[in-house]
Design a protein. Sequence first.
Length: 268
Amino acid sequence: MPIKNNNIIELSNPDYVPVVKDADTFYGGSQMWFPEKHWYSKDYILHNYGCGTIATADMFLYLALQNKDLKTPITELALQGEPKVNYSNYDPYVRTIHDNYTKTRHIIAVLGPAIASAINSYSSSYGLHYHASWKWSLTYYDMYELIEEMLHKDIPVILSIGPNTPKLWGKKGIPFYERREIDYQENADQNPEVGKPYYYKMVKQNVNGHYVTVTGLIKDVVTERIMLRISSWGKQYYINYEEYRDYIENNSGTFTSSIVYVKRFINK
């Protein structure tokens, strides 16, 4: 796909879900905040397998933060009427989402269809008019278009980087990047289409078996790639869409590496 200028489709709130913990503000929540206690404990399960629960819980919070009509008694456990989430409120909120909706399990965590079912159950409970479905066999362009559609409608996209298939315990995965500005070129000529010079630095390798939340889609003129801005482990990262699709093609599969498609239906 030729890229002539930066084109960004993103959620309306650049802060996504700001969670304040230990005086730092995070970009969504993190399963790593739950301690690894006993193997059978809820904390252990959420720490090791809770990424789908975090993504689901954060989606509910994002929608509630943008639209007061989407606030519920459950999201108010975390928000308490504030525009940011204090960690002391976030912890019991996530546990409530786990207990009532996602029901994270050992090893299998929360499968994509179960996340869709949790969203539908939550939406039905509070009359939010959202419907979610797990997409089993999306092509490159079909997935791209659905991500773009959801972001245009200000709905976060829960995306799975599935396990290796058929070798489920394989170690191959995709890299995560951070976007870094090039400070020493601050006074150099800049391309007005892309702003200050930057590059993407790889910070994690071979990520798999993990849910992330897509908050932006960037057709990047600098790298001539499509980059997805994501929330994962409470931080903002980027993944290369081409690398993700190559991973699906060569090491995973469309059944487990896909998205939860969410749409809102309102009768007028």
